[in-house]
Design a protein. Sequence first.
Length: 130
Amino acid sequence: MTRLAVPTSGHGGMDAEVGEHFGRAPTYTLVDVDTEQVEVIANTSQHAGGVGLPAELLAQLGVNGVLCRGLGRRAVDLLTSRGIDVRIGATGVVRDAIEAWKGGRLPQASEASACQQHAFRDRGHESCGR
């Protein structure tokens, strides 16, 4: 079973926009690639406080892959340490991200590809070009 999570900006399912900030996305859209079942869950993690981190939430839900625009080094480490494959460069809506993943167009995240200074949306991503 391949269960993917995409940080999203709302409850639009496959038509929801890919969120700009992995840990602060209001929702995660979960897609079972084998059955095409789609589930949208609220991001209930307390990202800034370090309690209930998004990686823990997604691992508990059986996610084994994350497709996102980009994310910081710590998030990459937390996800991969739980056996979750992380792919970056996803844009558009969830449907687009899934198709890009299926087509092999999303590179695997690493410490080298992570934002070195993961700034929030209002300040931009000066150091990683996002």
